[in-house]
Design a protein around this ligand. Structure first.
Ligand code: SAH
Length: 233
């Protein structure tokens, strides 16, 4: 009897470990082949990308492709970014564990989970209600108590929670929204894809002595930032 119990316990422990490390080998390969090989160096970012189970954030139809080197559809015509772009943007923000971060464009919630692994508090806004609700649910299931999800228009930021040490925008406006510039803390960093055409420019903005400095980083392709009527910003 005791022996049986021990065996049962042993099997449960093995089972829990298997679940905890689900597809860990695929993540390790993604980190090596897609991130380290392209120059991502931040240990905090690489560790977060190793840990967060990206396959939980994508629809089951594309789950087998969750760790592949391209963006994937998440419904409502939106996409989850390619893993490299998630890592690149996160690294560019030079996050500290004490930072409070704003994300505009929650989408699947994957980027929010990566941020939540690295910093203190994450505020994320999604304009499509069904996506925001689903992201909030999965983030809660996975135990992220430091992520706050709001359904709304992220163009206006989240004034009650401002200022933010870092801001990441994962949909593309034609220029940097004024409210986001104001809600960036002194010494803060913002990464945002800006542009009107098919291809945009990923811009890193830093705020020093109340002044904003812009640096161009990469040409990228993001879904447009839209208002509640669907009009492009
Ligand atoms: N960061 C996401 C990817 C987001 S795709 C992830 O990790 O999965 C961009 C998202 O921005 C889409 O879900 C789109 O609905 C949302 N979006 C577009 N305009 C917006 C706006 N004005 N405010 C908030 N979200 C917006």
């Amino acid at each position: 009897m005791v022996k049986n119990l021990i065996i049962v316990n042993f099997l449960i422990i093995i089972g829990i470990q298997a679940i905890a490390q689900e597809r860990a080998d695929e993540r390790e390969r993604m980190v090596k082949q897609q991130l380290i090989s392209r120059g991502i160096r931040s240990k905090a970012v690489l560790d977060a990308m190793r840990k967060v189970e990206r396959h939980r954030f994508v629809p089951t139809e594309v789950s087998s492709q969750a760790y592949n080197d391209y963006p994937l559809p998440i419904g409502e015509g939106q996409t989850i970014s390619q893993p490299y772009i998630v890592a690149f943007m996160t690294e560019a923000l030079e996050l500290k564990p004490t930072d409070k971060v704003l994300e505009v464009g929650t989408g699947s919630g994957y980027q929010a989970a990566i941020l939540a692994e690295i910093c203190r508090e994450v505020y994320t806004i999604e304009i499509v209600e069904s996506l925001g609700k689903q992201a909030a649910q999965i983030l809660k299931q996975l135990g992220y108590t430091n992520v706050h999800v709001r359904i709304g228009d992220g163009y206006f930021g989240w004034p009650e929670a401002a200022p933010f040490d870092a801001i990441i925008v994962t949909c593309s406006p034609s220029d940097v929204p004024e409210p986001l510039q104001q809600q960036l803390a002194e010494g803060g960093r913002m990464i945002i894809p800006v542009g009107e055409g098919q291809v945009q420019e990923l811009v890193l903005i830093t705020k020093q002595n109340e002044k904003l400095k812009r640096q161009h980083r990469l040409p990228v392709l993001f879904v447009p930032m839209r208002d509640k009527k669907g009009k492009r910003y």
